[in-house]
Design a protein around this ligand. Structure first.
Ligand code: UD1
Length: 448
């Protein structure tokens, strides 16, 4: 079993180049199936979730090659329209295959990417949207089979779900109707998906606003596309710099996408200098409480940065309230932060954190991706040595996190230990972003 060993208390300094965005790479890789062709996607981060998405594409007949940061997908010859359940259960984003397979083959079978540790994460908005666009959707237990062509029309999402917006954008490419999606999520990664689809010759407009227009029809070209920098990775490193009293520069990213995080860090006393493609973070002295921070859909404070912010405020002067409005179970990092000396009380959606002078290093365990990143930040801020276990969660979403932190002068090593798997550790390593309800065969349902 691998873990990180961190000697905390060192202010981070230096320069780090942010990788391509996980949350753009995953839907775009799924979207390479929409138009059969040879697509080159540059800037792909080498993370666990991308490896799983590649396995899914291969299982459907695509030929995939990975060279440097470029993934080349040859999707001309597909052999299946059902995503294998064991792969579905490893990756929440496998749900995007519903939209991309419908766009290409007018049929798709997936397994519900069910339960997880940060919330229930249903896909009812995806399914209701498909039905309202004219697709025949059948659900049987954990399986969801959809078929047909988009008839177009104007539909309104019940909530601006990122995944449902992206899935419906892709599904709406099938047929020849004109679709208007209202109350869409406006996350920048949705604009990146639109950028890829337009590179293929599809007519999609409006992503990045709450209203997206899609003209059905076939794609025209093979695409070469460069993925945007990861704004969540950017924000994580910004918070690592601020939390350790450091001074560093992040390149390969755009400050406009992290403005909500910047505003909170400035309120806490960090100095942020924004340039077009790089961000400088400097912090001297103890951070101050930011007051109340509420997670919200973009452009609000991102839920994917809430755990890391909680680590920061544990040591800030004063009391802070963090309210998690997106996911109902996203304080999984609280227990270990308290083990390190933090003073945190939670009540429903709210966490009230009283700043303590310092944290002390100790063994902790990541239970999900961003909660794991938060524990690494806490380890960097703490006095003494921390061991962070469960790093497979962290490496699903951060490319070489330990290497990145080391580049900034942090004392972190990835180590391996031989550990007998106990019932407890087997339970705790359940994937946070993915369902564990897969495993049923497709025997009871055939692609329609
Ligand atoms: C995406 C991101 C994830 C981020 C999240 C919110 C990707 C690959 N993942 O996840 O990192 O944390 O946005 O910014 O881009 N909901 C429903 N029914 C649905 C769909 C969603 O009730 O059909 C609820 C969810 O349970 C959650 C909220 O809506 O409470 C937001 O979910 P959503 O925006 O869909 O997040 P994801 O696309 O899963």
């Amino acid at each position: 079993m691998e873990y990180y060993e961190i000697d905390g208390g060192i202010p981070l300094r230096g320069e780090y180049e942010v990788r391509g965005a996980k949350n753009a790479a995953l839907p775009i890789l799924a979207a390479t199936l929409c138009k059969g062709g040879i697509h080159e996607i540059y800037g792909c981060p080498e993370i666990g979730d991308v490896h799983t998405m590649i396995e899914i594409l291969r299982s459907l007949g695509a030929a995939v090659e990975w060279s440097g940061d470029c993934i080349c997908v040859d999707s001309r010859f597909l052999t299946g329209t059902a995503v294998p359940p064991q792969l579905m259960s490893q990756l929440r984003s496998s749900v995007f295959l519903l939209g991309s397979l419908l766009a290409r083959t007018e049929e798709a079978v997936i397994c519900r990417p069910g339960g997880c540790r940060i919330g229930s994460r249903p896909i009812d908005i995806h399914i209701a949207g498909l039905q309202r666009l004219g697709f025949d959707v059948r659900e049987e237990g954990e399986l969801v089979a959809a078929a047909g062509r988009c008839r177009g029309g104007r539909i309104r999402l019940a909530y601006p779900s990122v995944g449902a917006t992206e899935n419906l954008m892709m599904a709406a490419l099938s047929g020849s109707g004109y679709t208007v999606l209202e109350n869409c999520a406006a996350e920048p990664e949705i604009e990146d998906l639109q950028g890829f689809l337009r590179s293929c010759g599809y007519r999609v407009y409006g992503a990045g606003t709450s209203c997206i227009h899609i003209e059905g029809g076939r794609g025209l070209h093979d695409a070469m596309y460069f993925i945007m920098g990861d704004r969540i990775e950017t924000a994580t490193y910004m918070m690592a710099l601020a939390g350790t009293g450091g001074d560093g520069i992040l390149t390969g990213t755009q400050s406009v996408y992290v403005s909500a995080v910047t505003e909170v860090l400035e309120r806490m006393g960090a100095q942020i200098k924004n340039h077009e493609d790089r961000i400088q973070v400097t912090c001297r002295g103890r951070l101050k409480s930011p007051g109340t921070v509420i997670t919200q859909p973009y452009p609000g404070f991102p839920t994917d940065c809430q755990p890391q912010l909680m680590s920061l405020v544990t040591c800030a002067e004063g009391t802070a309230t963090i309210r998690e409005e997106i996911f109902e179970n996203r304080f999984t990092h609280k227990k270990d932060l308290m083990k390190m000396g933090a003073n945190i009380e939670t009540c429903g959606k709210n966490a009230i954190i009283k700043g303590v002078g310092s944290l002390r290093g100790c063994p902790v365990r990541a239970l999900d991706l961003r909660g794991g990143a938060a524990l690494v930040l806490a380890g960097l801020m703490a006095e003494g040595t921390s061991l962070v276990r469960g790093i497979e969660h962290i490496e699903r979403g951060y490319e070489d996190f330990a290497g990145g932190i080391r580049k900034l002068g942090g004392n972190i090593e990835k180590k391996i230990t031989e550990t007998k798997k106990t019932d407890e550790s087997a339970d705790e390593t359940a994937d946070s972003d993915s369902g564990n309800r897969g495993g049923r065969s497709f025997s009871g349902i055939t692609p329609v």
